[in-house]
Ligand binder design. Structure first.
Ligand SMILES: NC(=O)c1ccc[n+]([C@@H]2O[C@H](COP(=O)([O-])OP(=O)(O)OC[C@H]3O[C@@H](n4cnc5c(N)ncnc54)[C@H](O)[C@@H]3O)[C@@H](O)[C@H]2O)c1
Length: 447
C-alpha cells in the first residue's frame, strides 16, 4: 500500500476529527448570547477603548443591540480615553484603569469580555477574562506570537470558556460569494490561490503612523492586517496551513526618507511632506486621542518616516496547506489605489475575483467575478457591498455573536482555533523573513 496515502489519510482523519470536535465544542454556541441569569441581557465589559471599539463595538453595538446586551464596564490604560469614549457613545458604564481589570470583572460580573486593545495586549486579557469566568470576543489578530497563541488555546481548555474572534471579512458579500462558488465544487479540487492585497498611501500609510508599523505591538502587518486574509483563505479552503515561506522589507516608509518628525503637529516639514495630516480636523479623533495625549503620550498622527518602523510594507508569502493547495500572497502598502485580486485555480477551472474601491479612475465599489471552466465556458458577474461599515460585514458579525439563536449557516463564527491559525501564518511569515528559511506551523504550536 502507498505509504503516503496512509499518512495523508491519517492526517486527514485527525484534521477532520479535530474540526468535528471544534464544531461540537461550538454546539452550545447559542449560549454565546445567553446571559448567566435567565431573562437578563448579556453583560459585556470592554478593554481597549480606541477607534475600532468606538465604531464597531460602541456606537454600532450599545444602542442597536440593547435588547440583547448591556455594556457594563470600560477599561483602558488611558482612563481619559475611556471616559471620552463613553461620552461619544452616550454610555455611562463605569470606567476602570488597566490595573483594575480584575476589579471591573469582580464588580460588574460580565458574561463576556470584549478585547479591543493594541494587538500585543490581547492575549493577557483573553486569558485573564477566561480565568475570571468570562467568555471572550477578541478583535483580530487573536495574538502576535506563537507563545501567546499556545497560551490562549491552553487557557480555553483549562478554564472551559470560549474565545470568539471578530473576523468581519468572512461576512463580506464577496467573501460569501467566493465560499459559495468554491463549495459548489465548480472548480474541483483547489490547487493554488493567488491573493494580492493593495493598500494605498492613505489607508496603507495609516498603519505606519501608529503602533501597527512596529512588530512588537502588531507582530507586523502580516499578523495585524493579513490575518484577515489568511483567515479568509483558511476558511474558504477549509484547510490548515502547514508551512510558510516569506520575503519582505520596509521599502517605502520608515527610514526611506531624508526627513522626519515626532508627529505631524510637531513637525518642521509639514510643507514638504506628502503625508502631513491634521488630526485635529476630525472631532472624534481629537476627542479620543489628541485630548488624551497628556496621559499616555499616544500620538496617533505619528510620523510614517519613524526609523523604528520595522513591519514590512511590502512582501510575499507562500503558504502550503494540508490539502495540498498553495497560497501565493502579496501585500503592498504604498500604492496609488486600493483593492484586491484573488484567484483560485482548481482542477476544473479558475475563479478570478477583483475587488475595486478607492481607485483614481472610478468611484465605483464593486467586485467582479469571472469563472472560466475551460477555454470556451466563461461566466462573469459583478456584486456590490451592502451599506454599512466594511460592506455590511460589521453588522453581520454582531448579529451572529449577539442575537440569540442566530443560525451560523456559513460557519462564519470564528473561534480560537481559526484565530490562532490565521495569526500563525503571519507570525511564521515574519520569522521566515527574519531567519531566511521556511517555517513549519507544527514547530510553533501544538494544536
Ligand atoms: N476587524 C477590523 O476590521 C479591525 C479594524 C481596525 C482595528 N482592529 C483591531 O482592533 C483593535 C484596536 O485597534 P484600534 O485601531 O482601535 O487601536 P487604538 O490604538 O486606537 O486603540 C487601542 C486601545 O487600547 C488601549 N490599550 C493599549 N494597551 C492596553 C492595555 N495593555 N490595557 C488596556 N488598554 C490598552 C489603548 O489605550 C487604546 O485606547 C486592534 O486589535 C486592531 O487590530 C480590527
Amino acid at each position: 500500500m502507498d505509504q503516503n496515502k496512509i499518512n495523508l489519510d491519517r492526517r486527514s482523519f485527525v484534521r477532520v476529527n479535530a474540526k468535528a470536535a471544534a464544531l461540537l465544542s461550538l454546539a452550545p454556541s447559542f449560549a454565546l448570547a445567553a446571559p448567566k441569569k435567565e431573562g437578563a441581557r448579556l453583560r459585556v465589559a470592554m478593554v481597549g477603548t480606541g477607534i475600532r471599539s468606538l465604531r464597531a463595538w460602541g456606537i454600532e453595538l450599545v444602542e442597536p443591540y440593547k435588547e440583547y446586551m448591556e455594556m457594563v464596564g470600560l477599561c483602558d490604560i488611558n482612563e481619559k480615553r475611556a471616559k471620552n469614549f463613553g461620552e461619544i457613545v452616550g454610555l455611562d458604564a463605569k470606567i476602570y484603569p488597566a490595573d483594575k481589570f480584575d476589579g471591573m470583572v469582580a464588580e460588574q460580573k460580565p458574561d463576556m469580555v470584549l478585547v479591543t486593545t493594541t494587538d500585543s495586549a490581547h492575549s493577557e486579557y483573553i486569558i485573564r477574562a477566561m480565568e475570571l469566568g468570562c467568555d471572550v470576543i477578541s478583535e483580530k489578530p487573536i495574538a502576535i506570537d506563537e507563545v501567546q497563541c499556545q497560551n490562549i488555546l491552553d487557557a480555553e481548555k483549562k478554564y472551559g470558556k470560549k474565545v470568539y474572534v471578530g473576523f468581519n471579512v468572512r461576512y463580506m458579500n464577496d467573501s460569501v460569494e467566493m465560499k459559495r462558488v468554491l463549495d459548489s465544487g465548480a472548480l474541483g479540487k483547489i490547487i493554488s490561490i493567488e491573493f494580492q492585497e493593495y493598500l494605498d498611501t492613505d489607508h496603507g500609510a495609516s498603519y505606519f503612523r501608529r503602533w501597527h508599523g512596529k512588530n512588537k505591538y502588531s507582530g507586523s502587518l502580516f499578523v495585524h492586517k493579513s490575518s484577515h486574509h489568511f483567515d479568509l483563505v483558511n476558511w474558504l479552503l477549509d484547510a490548515d496551513p502547514i508551512q510558510v515561506s516569506a520575503m519582505g522589507s520596509v521599502s517605502f516608509y520608515g527610514s526611506n526618507n531624508d526627513f522626519r518628525g515626532k508627529n505631524c503637529r510637531n513637525c518642521n516639514y509639514t510643507d514638504q511632506c506628502d503625508f502631513y495630516w491634521d488630526i485635529t480636523k476630525n472631532e472624534t479623533l481629537k476627542k479620543l486621542y489628541v485630548d488624551c495625549e497628556d496621559v499616555d503620550q499616544y500620538y496617533r498622527d505619528g510620523c510614517v518616516w519613524d526609523e523604528k518602523i520595522d513591519s514590512p510594507d511590502s512582501g510575499s508569502v507562500l503558504v502550503q496547506y494540508d490539502n495540498g493547495a498553495y497560497l501565493n500572497y502579496t501585500l503592498n502598502a504604498y500604492l496609488p489605489y486600493e483593492g484586491q485580486s484573488i484567484s483560485f485555480s482548481g482542477e476544473n477551472g479558475r475563479l478570478d475575483v477583483r475587488i475595486y474601491y478607492n481607485q483614481p479612475w472610478s468611484d465605483e465599489v464593486k467586485t467582479e467575478f469571472r469563472l472560466t471552466k475551460d477555454k470556451k465556458t466563461l461566466k462573469a458577474w459583478t456584486i456590490s457591498p451592502d451599506v454599512g461599515a466594511h460592506g455590511g460585514a460589521d453588522k453581520r458579525v454582531k448579529d451572529n455573536l449577539f442575537k440569540p439563536n442566530t443560525e451560523d449557516a456559513n460557519g462564519q463564527r470564528a473561534g480560537s482555533r481559526a484565530g490562532v491559525l490565521s495569526s500563525l501564518v503571519g507570525i511564521a511569515a515574519l520569522k521566515s523573513i527574519q531567519q531566511g528559511k521556511a517555517i513549519k506551523i507544527d514547530d510553533l504550536i501544538t494544536l
